[in-house]
Design a protein around this ligand. Sequence first.
Ligand SMILES: NC(=O)C1=CN([C@@H]2O[C@H](COP(=O)(O)OP(=O)(O)OC[C@H]3O[C@@H](n4cnc5c(N)ncnc54)[C@H](O)[C@@H]3O)[C@@H](O)[C@H]2O)C=CC1
Ligand SMILES: O=C(CO)COP(=O)(O)O
Length: 328
Amino acid sequence: MSQKFTILGGGRWGTALASHLSRLGHEVLVYDKNPKVVESLNAGVNPYLESQSLERIASTQDLKEAIDFSQYLVVALPVQAIRSVLEKAEVRGKVIISASKGLEIGTHKRVSQIIEELSQDCQIFCLSGPSFAVEVMKGLPTAVVLAGQDMEQAQRLRELISSPYFRVYLCDDIVGVELGGALKNVIAIACGISDGLGYGHNARAALMTRGLAEMVRIGVQLGAKRDTFYGLSGMGDLFLTASSDLSRNRTFGYLIGQGLSAERALERIGQVVEGYHTVKAVKELSDNLQIYAPISQALYSLLFEGKPLEEVLKDLLLRPSLSPYESL
Ligand SMILES: NC(=O)C1=CN([C@@H]2O[C@H](COP(=O)(O)OP(=O)(O)OC[C@H]3O[C@@H](n4cnc5c(N)ncnc54)[C@H](O)[C@@H]3O)[C@@H](O)[C@H]2O)C=CC1
Ligand SMILES: O=C(CO)COP(=O)(O)O
């Protein structure tokens, strides 16, 4: 059955999801603050890849119009922008899907927690997993996971948003699914640095594996189920992001490994690099809760404390191993 969907954020992911939902026959309205994005979408031009055809997607800069448009709300904004947008909106009685991946700096909140704080009487779900926007836009096969508490509503949502090329699995562990999507970006940055330095495949595989162990340690301490991290939103998205040139997080790390400063690398990419902010939140969280997170801590000292890369690497590689936690 055709439904109306509002998408907050007309970036690459918001546009890909809007295009996917619109191809499924749903009526979609995209909200973005950038007039050029809004104009392009309304004209049926992909704002990010002009050579790629895109059906006309209704778009607006008017937040109230977007919120009033539908009962289903998809949040596809950069995580650090979500609070300021929702503070301006009156969101009540909606079914909300968070599609953003990261933690809020300062509060360390997951996206569903920010949404919960700033909305009333809403049912909140999280959509995550290995899903580059550009491939979803092309209709290439993709599998994602939809997490939430109300499994009946999740099932209804799955029926609305699935297609043979967009396979949706369900999960009742929203904490784990959100953290999987947020934390894999941090590890992808580390893998990018390793690749940028030319450290080779062995080093990247080691970082991915130890990085997954770090994600599990942090996640379990924060209330997630361990097994969730071995699914699409943990290991699945980590494989994708840490090993592909399409990833902004990996590319950010790669450029740093090649000698660029964090500021120059962010500038060069010119798109949201969620892991950069999430590193900060994870550092604070792991300090507060005394979670053993050597990779995230090393990235923090590199990105935010100005520690030279060689020293960071020496500390990481020479740190004593076989701590009781390392086998996790
Ligand atoms: N691009 C991808 O392949 C995927 C991205 N994601 C997640 O989706 C989220 C968004 O990422 P992208 O769409 O790729 O980012 P993007 O960098 O392509 O676009 C971000 C969009 O948000 C808009 N925006 C920023 N601040 C705003 C504000 N205050 N009010 C209104 N609009 C605002 C910008 O104008 C821009 O159009 C991130 O959390 C990312 O991790 C998740 C899965 C796949
Ligand atoms: O989350 C993503 C794919 O699942 C996108 O990753 P990047 O933000 O690193 O490009």
